[in-house]
Ligand binder design. Structure first.
Ligand SMILES: NC(=O)c1ccc[n+]([C@@H]2O[C@H](COP(=O)([O-])OP(=O)(O)OC[C@H]3O[C@@H](n4cnc5c(N)ncnc54)[C@H](OP(=O)(O)O)[C@@H]3O)[C@@H](O)[C@H]2O)c1
Length: 299
C-alpha cells in the first residue's frame, strides 16, 4: 500500500483519481473547496502549509492535480494564475525533492498554438493564453527539476457530472436542461476529449511502471467541438428536439475571449510505442460518462 498526497483534488479529475486509487492506497486528499467528506483543507499557494501538510502525512508520492482552469479567469487574474498554476507546482516539486519522492503534475493539450492538426509528445508547445503559458512553465520546471517527474497532458476533460464538470459537456447539458431547443456550437475548434476515469486508470499504470517523464494522455480518436455536440444529442436521442447550429469562434468572442488554438488534438505516441496506451475511444467514454452521471439529469 502506497501513501499518496493529492492536492487540488476536489475537481473533475480529482474525483476520478480518488476513486481509482483509494482501494489499494492510503490517500490524503486536499483542496480549497471541501465539497467531499474525504477532502481536507489545503491552499497549495501557501508553501509553508503545503510543506507541513505533506510532511505530516509522509507520502510515497505527491499528485499535484489542481489549478485555475477557467481561461477567462486566468486572462483577468494574471498574477494569481502564475502563483496557482506555476509557482505552486514549483513548490510541490521542491517538497517532493526534499522527501526524495516522485511527483505527478497534470498538464494540458492547450499549450500548443494549433498550427498543426495533431500533436505528439515531442512537438514543441507555443502557448497562446496565460492559462496555457502558466501550465507550460510548470511542465518545464517539473521535468527539469523533479527527481522523479511524471507529467501527463490531458485534453478536453469529461468527468465529475453536474456537480463538478465545468467544461463543454456540462455546459451543453445545462442548456438542454434549461429548455434550449437549439444550440450554437463552434465547428472550428479541434481537440481530443479525455475521460477522467480512463486518465486516472492509465496514470496508475504509468506510475506503477515508474517510467518517469512526459506523456500525452487523451482518449483515442480525433474530433472537434461540433462532432462531440452531435454525439451528445445522438446518445440522448434528442435529434428531433434539439437543433445544432454551426458557428465559428467569433460568435462567442465576448464570452470566451482568451485566445485558444484551432487544434489541440493530441495522440499518445509515447505510450503507444511502450504498449501502455489503454485509453478508450472518446465516443465510448462519452456514452459511459452520460450514462453514469447524467441519467436522471434531464428528466
Ligand atoms: N478541465 C480540463 O479540460 C483540463 C484539460 C487539460 C488539463 N487539465 C488540468 O487537469 C488538472 C485538473 O483539472 P480539473 O479539470 O479537475 O479542474 P477543476 O475541476 O477546476 O479542479 C481543480 C481543483 O483545484 C482547486 N484549486 C484551485 N486553486 C487551488 C489552491 N490554491 N489550492 C488548492 N486547490 C485549488 C479548485 O478549487 P476551486 O474550484 O475552488 O478553484 C478545484 O477544486 C488541472 O491541473 C488542469 O490544468 C484540465
Amino acid at each position: 500500500m502506497k501513501r499518496i498526497f493529492m492536492s487540488g483534488c476536489g475537481g473533475m479529475l480529482g474525483e476520478a483519481f480518488y476513486e481509482v486509487f483509494k482501494s489499494d492506497n492510503n490517500l490524503k486528499c486536499t483542496d480549497i473547496d471541501l465539497n467531499e467528506p474525504w477532502l481536507e483543507y489545503l491552499d497549495f499557494r501557501n508553501f509553508n502549509e503545503y510543506q507541513k501538510s505533506v510532511s505530516e502525512f509522509r507520502p510515497d508520492f505527491i499528485f499535484h492535480i489542481g489549478a485555475h482552469t477557467d481561461l477567462e479567469y486566468c486572462e483577468d487574474n494574471i498574477d494569481d494564475t502564475y502563483i496557482t498554476n506555476t509557482i505552486s507546482v514549483e513548490n510541490a516539486v521542491n517538497i517532493a525533492n526534499n522527501l526524495n519522492i516522485p511527483i505527478l503534475y497534470i498538464s494540458t493539450a492547450g499549450i500548443f498554438d494549433g498550427s498543426k492538426e495533431i500533436y505528439d509528445d515531442w512537438d514543441k508547445p507555443n502557448p497562446l493564453c496565460h492559462y496555457a503559458r502558466s501550465k507550460y512553465a510548470a511542465e518545464i520546471f517539473t521535468l527539469q527539476q523533479a527527481k522523479y517527474p511524471i507529467v501527463l497532458r490531458a485534453g478536453w476533460m469529461m468527468g465529475g457530472g453536474p456537480k463538478k464538470d465545468k467544461k463543454f459537456v456540462a455546459k451543453l447539458l445545462k442548456q438542454i436542461k434549461d429548455g434550449a431547443t437549439s444550440l450554437n456550437v463552434v465547428d472550428d475548434k479541434l481537440g481530443t476529449p479525455t475521460y477522467t476515469y480512463d486518465f486516472a486508470s492509465n496514470a496508475k499504470l504509468i506510475i506503477e511502471k515508474e517510467i518517469w517523464g512526459l506523456y500525452n494522455l487523451v482518449c483515442q480518436g480525433v474530433t472537434g467541438r461540433y462532432e462531440v455536440a452531435e454525439k451528445i444529442i445522438s446518445i440522448l436521442n434528442l435529434q428531433d428536439k434539439i437543433k445544432l447550429n454551426k458557428v465559428d469562434s467569433s460568435f462567442f468572442k465576448e464570452e470566451y475571449y482568451a485566445p485558444r488554438p484551432d487544434s489541440e488534438r493530441l495522440i499518445n505516441k509515447k505510450l503507444e510505442l511502450r504498449g501502455l496506451d489503454k485509453m478508450r475511444n472518446w465516443d465510448v467514454c462519452l456514452e459511459e460518462y452520460l450514462k453514469n452521471y447524467y441519467n436522471d439529469y434531464l428528466s
